[in-house]
Design a protein around this ligand. Structure first.
Ligand SMILES: *[C@@H]1O[C@H](CO)[C@@H](O)[C@H](O)[C@H]1NC(C)=O
Ligand SMILES: *[C@@H]1O[C@H](CO)[C@@H](O)[C@H](O)[C@H]1NC(C)=O
Ligand SMILES: *[C@@H]1O[C@H](CO)[C@@H](O)[C@H](O)[C@H]1NC(C)=O
Length: 482
């Protein structure tokens, strides 16, 4: 009997083993910003706008030059023993105007070659359709994510991707971190296209921005859902892949765990981070507390939209980096919009170490967010598959030999990965884990100044130099059940 149980557990364990790999995004690594027919993206324009990128950093024209070096980089990923590799397709590289009037064959060739290179080397590709580099033409001509027709353009783009690449891709992610697109892109303005209420003097404009953030959120959800509909109706049966969406919740702990008001603030912050996206997909509507607070600024789903969005995912992607403490008190000086609506005030425990981004390192947070999500949606989807599509750390590394000994990254990973395994042991159905990132890369408004890589990309030469953490992760993967 004992033996049978053990055999069963071994088989179940083998079937359910987590796949381990690393993640990237087109704008952050490709470079070749105007080569081979690529159109401009909103991040090309933003990173060329004075004052948008931290002082001393270049625009994202070259970054890691992955477009020219992908074959060597795939060999590097293989040599590190990664089982999976997540990358995104650049929409304006494939469709320079954003529309299907012209498909750039050079881009088709590039991504097919990359996919074949990965597959031939035993690495499973996971492909993101949108990792923030919207074709600039759609922004300037239509207002990008603000225009209701964006979901039609996105579905067209997705269909071209399924048609051109779907024979090689078994795992699609529609959108990466829609929260960032809505809040950072259209509420605070820290990200492209840089629209924000935080600097507006006019009260009317500020209210408009506080509305826009939810309009954009709505259009993002509809875009995701239309792409999934196209995949499910036209491609999934033949191509036999799965498709999901990636959200980016932090975890929130009540400042005073015995104060019910702080506990409510923490639950509310989690609901705003997760439920904004996952509730419409799994429950069929935005969270009640979001609809009540935002009132008429929050779009409502028509019944057709509700049916489209509901159940529009085969798995949930989670990007997780940090946690916060939160109190029920709200900062009255906040500009209108997402943060004011969410309420609460964030604090960081002084005992928590900080990454070079200033993000608090709280290893238990990844387990707590995974278990919170599994519990919230367990009623409608017990055992919902989850992929951790990003997790990692920026380390302040010196540019010399000593900087390659990144013990701080190893310590972060030891902590976070042990809690990933604990969440799995507690029943969260984790299918894959992607470390952000394999290479140092272009960290958005921070340019090349923040180092997230297992592998250094040397300034100037762009030479790839593995750090101590690269070897550590390779050994760690080998020790996991396969
Ligand atoms: C938006 O889509 C509708 C329906 O297809 C179409 O009639 C309209 O012209 C489109 N507007 C733009 C700006 O593309
Ligand atoms: C949700 O979608 C999955 C995958 O297409 C399907 O198997 C399942 O039956 C759907 N569930 C509902 C409630 O529609
Ligand atoms: C990074 O470390 C260097 C010293 O090695 C220091 O001068 C610099 O201020 C640090 N940067 C940050 C953001 O902590």
């Amino acid at each position: 009997m004992v033996k049978l149980v053990l055999v069963f557990l071994a088989l179940a364990g083998a079937a359910l083993a987590i796949k381990w790999g690393s993640a990237t995004a087109s704008f952050q690594i490709e470079g070749a910003w105007l080569e081979d027919g690529k159109g401009m993206s909103i991040w090309d324009a933003f990173s060329h706008t004075p004052g948008k990128i931290v002082a001393g950093q270049p625009p994202g024209d070259v970054t890691d030059d992955f477009y020219h070096r992908y074959k060597e980089d795939v060999q590097l990923v293989k040599s590190l023993g990664h089982q999976t590799f997540r990358f995104s397709i650049s929409w304006p590289r494939l469709m320079p105007s954003g529309r299907k009037d012209f498909i750039n064959q050079k881009a088709v060739d590039f991504y097919r070659s990359l996919l074949n290179e990965l597959i031939d080397n035993g690495i499973e590709p996971w492909v993101t359709l949108y990792h923030w580099d919207l074709p600039l033409a759609l922004e300037t001509e239509f207002g990008g994510w603000r225009h209701p027709n964006i979901s039609l353009f996105f579905a067209d783009y997705a269909e071209v991707c399924f048609e051109k690449f779907g024979d090689l891709v078994k795992h699609w992610i529609t959108l990466n971190e829609p929260w960032c697109v809505a809040v950072l892109g259209h509420n605070t303005g820290e990200h492209a296209p840089g629209r924000g209420s935080h600097n507006l003097a006019q009260a009317d404009d500020r209210v408009q921005q506080a509305t826009e953030v939810y309009t954009v959120g709505h259009n993002l959800l509809l875009s995701h859902a239309r792409a999934v509909q196209v995949y499910r109706t036209k491609f999934q049966a033949a191509q036999n892949g799965e498709i999901g969406i990636t959200i980016n919740p932090d975890f929130f702990y009540p400042l005073d765990p015995h104060d019910p008001r702080d506990k409510i603030a923490a639950e509310r912050a989690l609901t705003y981070a997760v439920g904004w996206w996952a509730d419409p997909i799994l429950f069929g509507d935005y969270p009640l507390e979001m609809r009540e607070t935002a009132g008429s600024r929050m779009p409502t789903f028509t019944s057709e939209q509700r049916d489209l969005v509901r159940n529009s995912t085969d798995f949930l992607g989670i990007n997780h980096y940090m946690s916060h403490l939160i109190t029920h008190e709200t900062d009255p000086t906040l500009a209108p919009g997402f943060y004011a609506d969410r309420g609460g005030m964030l604090l960081e425990d002084p005992a928590w170490p900080k990454t070079d981004m200033g993000w608090s390192i709280v290893p238990s947070g990844i387990q707590d967010i995974l278990e919170w999500i599994a519990a919230r949606y367990g009623a409608v989807w017990p055992g919902m598959p989850i992929a951790i599509t990003e997790n990692g750390v920026a380390v302040n590394e010196t540019a010399d030999e000593a900087g390659l000994d990144d013990q701080a990254r190893i310590a972060y990973l030891e902590g976070y990965l042990s809690h990933v395994l604990a969440a799995k042991a507690n029943g969260v159905n984790i299918q894959a884990y992607f470390l952000w990132s394999v290479l140092d890369n272009y960290e958005w408004a921070f340019g090349m100044s923040k180092k997230f890589g297992l592998v250094r990309v040397e300034d100037g030469t762009l030479r790839r130099l593995p750090k101590a953490s690269a070897r550590w992760y390779t050994e760690w993967i080998k020790k996991q059940p396969q």
